[in-house]
Design a protein around this ligand. Structure first.
Ligand SMILES: NC(=O)c1ccc[n+]([C@@H]2O[C@H](COP(=O)([O-])OP(=O)(O)OC[C@H]3O[C@@H](n4cnc5c(N)ncnc54)[C@H](OP(=O)(O)O)[C@@H]3O)[C@@H](O)[C@H]2O)c1
Length: 315
């Protein structure tokens, strides 16, 4: 019985391995549009796909980022400036992409742009703090997708959305986790809607990686604390803030610097004939966050709060 099960499992993985090795044809004629290509995963992915011969259309937030990316890549790669929170910007970028791809359509849309702060215990933040993050990470992603979909449909291409393990398990306060849960939900419904058109929607769930998004997280805790009303400060106490900063330092120290685990997953999603629906990237994602997200809530809560200090006025 166990032997039979093991053989079935072996066959399943063998078949998956074989299917996933098959690459899409004529990759050098395929266009891929990436948001947030100034730094981090987006920047690395743009360089990686360019080196593989794909036609990369890289959207950067700043002129400086675009110039620097052009300097280190081939003439095939083109850049544009895009702030995903501005619908005018997004519409202009969609027109630019349309002009670049012609009737070939857009093979890949990689929604990568994102921000991590303001993040802090929820009570320390304001509605504007929440809006700032959701505008980039979720509404920006939705706006870009809606504008680009006709082009992706024309190519029977792929939408790759960069979510996070924090879209499976809400480990921090603020809008980062809600925005990534939103990315998961939007991607799920979009996947089912676009399936009949031959368009695939893929979700990338990275663990914690050392990229510029982790910069200033600690400073932002101090800022949120300093702006919090005095009754909130009394409830939590300064020790809570200091412990929070210490946990953040530990998290950043433990963050993986192997960002290729993420960009290789995105590359695979764009180039294999049979992409997965979800890719979890990083050992922390595979061994901790994703398994914990399937556990009973009470267990996940106990694990996640184990290292947290108690607020001054905890009962
Ligand atoms: N690093 C991690 O641990 C991790 C884990 C899970 C998921 N992610 C996700 O991965 C994605 C990429 O993040 P990263 O880690 O590579 O960090 P990153 O280096 O900060 O990349 C984010 C990119 O988005 C750009 N950006 C910010 N606001 C924008 C806006 N309004 N419009 C257009 N572009 C904007 C940034 O431009 P500037 O550089 O000019 O600010 C930057 O190029 C994000 O969606 C993030 O949530 C990261």
């Amino acid at each position: 019985m166990w032997l039979y099960l093991a053989a079935l499992l072996g066959l399943y993985f063998l078949r998956r391995w074989y299917r996933e090795r098959q690459s899409v044809e004529k990759l050098t004629e395929k266009y891929v549009f990436i948001t947030g290509s100034d730094s981090g995963f987006g920047n690395q992915l743009a360089r990686q796909l360019d080196a593989r011969g794909l036609r990369v259309l890289a959207a950067c937030l700043t002129q400086k980022g675009a110039k620097e990316l052009e300097r280190v890549t081939s003439d095939r790669l083109k850049t544009t400036i895009l702030d995903v929170t501005s619908t005018e910007n997004v519409a202009a970028a969609a027109e630019w992409v349309k002009g670049c791809v012609g009737n070939k359509g857009l093979w890949g849309l990689v929604n990568n742009a994102g921000i991590g702060i303001p993040a802090a215990p929820n009570e320390w933040l304001t509605k504007d703090d929440f809006a700032k993050v959701i505008n980039v990470n979720l509404l920006g992603l939705i706006d870009v997708t809606l504008h680009m979909l006709p082009l992706v449909r024309a190519a029977r291409g792929r939408v790759v959305n960069i979510a996070s393990v924090y879209g499976r398990l809400a480990c921090i306060g603020g809008c980062y986790c809600p925005s990534k849960y939103g990315v998961e939900a939007f991607s799920d419904s979009l996947r089912r809607e676009l399936h009949p058109f031959g368009v695939q929607v893929i979700i990338i769930e990275p663990g914690v990686f050392r990229t510029p998004i982790l910069n200033n997280v600690e400073d932002n805790f101090w800022k949120a604390w300093s702006q919090a009303p005095s009754h909130i400060k009394e409830c939590y106490g300064q020790q809570y803030l200091e412990d929070l900063c210490r946990s953040c330092q530990l998290l950043c120290k433990g963050a993986s610097s192997d960002t290729y685990l993420v960009t290789d997953s995105i590359e695979h999603a764009l180039t294999t004939c049979y992409p997965r629906t979800r890719y979890s990237a990083g050992w922390d994602a595979k061994l901790f966050y994703i398994p914990l997200s399937y556990m009973p809530t009470s267990l996940a809560d106990s694990v996640l709060t184990y290292f947290m200090s108690k607020p001054d006025q905890a009962v």
